[in-house]
Design a protein around this ligand. Sequence first.
Ligand code: PBG
Ligand code: ZN
Length: 323
Amino acid sequence: MSFPSVRPRRLRKTAAIRDMLRENKVTVSDLIAPLFIVPGSGVRKEISSLPGQYQLSVDMLCEEAKRLQDLGVPSVLLFGIPPCKDEIGAVSYDDAGVVQQGLRALKEVTPELCLIADLCFCEYTTHGHCGVIVDGEVDNDLTLVETAKQTVSLARAGADIIAPSGMMDGMVAAIRDALDDSGFSDRIIMSYAAKFASSYYGPFREAVDSSPQFGDRRSYQMDPANGDEAMREIEEDINQGADILMVKPALAYLDIIARAKDSFSVPLAAYNVSGEYSMIKNAAQAGLVDGDAMMLETLLSIKRAGADLIITYFAAEAAKQLR
Ligand code: PBG
Ligand code: ZN
């Protein structure tokens, strides 16, 4: 059978029919909101590269988190901008660090929120790389030692999920061991398993002041050309004990999300990164596109590709539209 008996437009005729047959939906419970914590109090400073996103002191973080909780957003991903940096990023495992303070405060004021702590070193090191530098290179195994320390500090402060973003080999196993050895076998690992060396991170690096002071991240983040390698990275992280896997960025990597969903039956997250957000925001501000429509279409495309969870700076705005 084919045309004229087959007429696909019959199924698009009314809003009711379209609603009944819609294959994919973004829901508020899919969304994770990234938040940036700075020292001090009363700070709510807009990030120029990320319109509508703020650097927040812990008190303001609490306000923002309450707002997200009221909107039904189930989870936040915390990044820290510390008062000082050093060669190895030791302040990242200071129990009085900004993220640790933020975690403790949010456990009090928003107990229902799932708290995810990004685990990396680039925000905390003077050189801006994601680990310990030896002879001009990031030393993998020394970085794992530091990773274990940051893990325990974040878990102690209340992180429900540890999300390592440094792309070090063995980082998931190092975190699992550190958690299990310190009585936190209940804590979840969400691994940035397939994280590409991407130009789409530009606005984020401005937001947290984490640009590498020499070289680039291509010796640890993945080559954007590689899909098979992304599958191997994901498989390896599953074997090391990752509970949730992540692909990052999302939009230029929808094929990777789709392959990962097909190949592995694990919860899959995608990170709708800063450059993806800023492009839409700027295009909308310039009057080139309908920003709300483009936001929802973008999130839907990530969901349709196969992501179960979407980390997105649009979380609050999308939540309002989706209610
Ligand atoms: C740091 C980190 C980055 C992002 C999350 N964690 C930047 C980078 O790797 O340079 C990017 C997030 C975004 O662009 O929204 N490990
Ligand atoms: Zn990093």
